[in-house]
Design a protein around this ligand. Structure first.
Ligand code: OSB
Ligand code: MG
Length: 381
């Protein structure tokens, strides 16, 4: 592998209007915000990464302000001027920065893109270089779509039907306390055969076990993160009471969390969000863990812009990612996106891995400028 020398790093905080906001049990945003990280090498390559952070600490503890602060004052000084042999060296360089996984993941992703480009490789192939020999990426990632909380079952059904017509093969519905059984019942009655799953985003407690058991009758692929965002133990108490497999999202931040969860039976499926676990190096370790323990996994999303999404598509094309990922076509999120070309849904509910080197999509400088200006306008801090 050819190394890269990091000459400079630029930060581009952005806000993109969402085509369809995603209402969850913890809130709703009109804008997708992120800090775009641009790593510039001595050879003139720009590597792009996305620190996916929101305005509020609603999904995880990080925000736009903490992301910018930690990147500027702690992450960038550790990377600028460094020679990086391979992207998996980044966690070691950043070991003095604890936590802030989404933030660190954005910087690491930019290095991954730069390294893949320096080696004239697609990011998917550069990832696969760190897997056992013979494990090659597939042509695309099998994906589904995540649908926010709607006012009525009928509204939800209308959106599901639109997504099915577009070719999505797996539907995920957000639920919350008081908006669950009636929804699942209504959707199943109308669409008995679709591949359906629910995501509670941590809205329940173990005291709701009896209530949650009612979901077993709806033949769900899984229920994502029913209990607290920082709980593993009680998910281990809940899983044996349900037939529906529990998938953990919010509460798995590290390989260690995953080992504990595996050991106590707190999950049957993993939502692997590269941002949440601090980047792709750790994601690769977790992928290997899941393969070794026969835990199905899929790649989760944070409504990423084309920059973060392209990297997630590359990761989701790896063997070992066994269930449809939360990565949808560009038109589900933005019009326009920061990058070109758009991701479009292909045959088999897939997004194709682009052919170009690195993330394989091109950042549009004028749009980056526009979306940075939009961030300045809406930044309430
Ligand atoms: O819980 O998976 C989640 C988006 C923001 C925060 C949390 C979640 C989500 C999604 C989006 O479900 C999936 C996507 O990016 O399409
Ligand atoms: Mg989730």
């Amino acid at each position: 592998m050819k190394p890269i020398e990091i000459k400079d790093i630029k930060l581009h905080p952005v806000a993109l209007p969402l085509v369809e906001p995603l209402k969850t049990s913890f809130g709703v945003d009109e804008y997708k915000t992120a800090v775009i990280v641009e790593v510039i090498t001595e050879n003139g390559i720009s590597g792009w990464g996305e620190a996916s952070v929101n305005l509020a600490p609603g999904y995880g503890p990080e925000t736009m302000v903490t992301g910018l602060h930690v990147l500027r004052h702690f992450v960038l000084p550790l990377l600028i001027g460094q020679t990086i042999e391979q992207a998996t060296d980044v966690p070691r360089l950043l070991r003095s920065v604890r936590g802030h996984n989404h933030t660190v993941a954005g910087a690491e992703a930019a290095v991954w893109d730069a390294c893949a480009k320096a080696n004239d490789m697609r990011l998917a192939d550069y990832f696969a270089a760190f897997l056992p020999d013979g494990q090659v990426p597939r042509d695309g990632a099998v994906v589904g779509v995540s649908i926010g909380i709607q006012p009525t079952v009928e509204d939800t059904l209308a959106i599901i039907r639109k997504r099915l017509a577009q070719g999505y093969g797996r539907i995920k519905l957000k639920i919350k306390r008081g908006w669950d059984i009636e929804l699942a019942q209504g959707v199943r009655a109308a669409l008995p055969d679709i591949t359906l799953m629910l995501d509670a985003n941590s809205d329940y407690t173990l005291a709701d076990a009896e209530h949650l058991k009612q979901l077993d009758q709806f033949d769900l692929l899984m229920i994502e993160q029913p209990l607290s965002h920082d709980d593993i133990y009680e998910h281990g108490q809940l899983q044996p009471q349900l037939n529906t497999p529990i998938c953990l999202d919010e509460s798995i931040h590290s390989v260690s969390d995953l080992q504990v969860a595996t050991q106590i039976g707190a999950l049957k499926i993993l939502n692997l969000k590269p941002a949440r676990v601090g980047g792709f190096t750790h994601s690769l370790t977790m992928l290997r863990h899941c393969v070794a323990h026969a835990i199905p996994l899929w790649v989760g999303g944070m409504l990423e812009t084309g920059i973060g999404r392209a990297a997630n598509v590359a990761f989701a094309s790896l063997p070992g990612v066994t269930l449809p990922s939360d990565i949808s076509a560009t038109d589900r999120y933005f019009d326009p996106d920061i990058t070109e070309p758009a991701f479009v849904l292909a045959e088999g509910s897939q997004l194709r891995v682009p052919n170009g080197t690195g993330i394989g999509v091109e950042v549009q400088p004028d749009r980056l400028t526009d979306f940075s200006a939009r961030w300045d306008e809406i930044n309430p801090f």
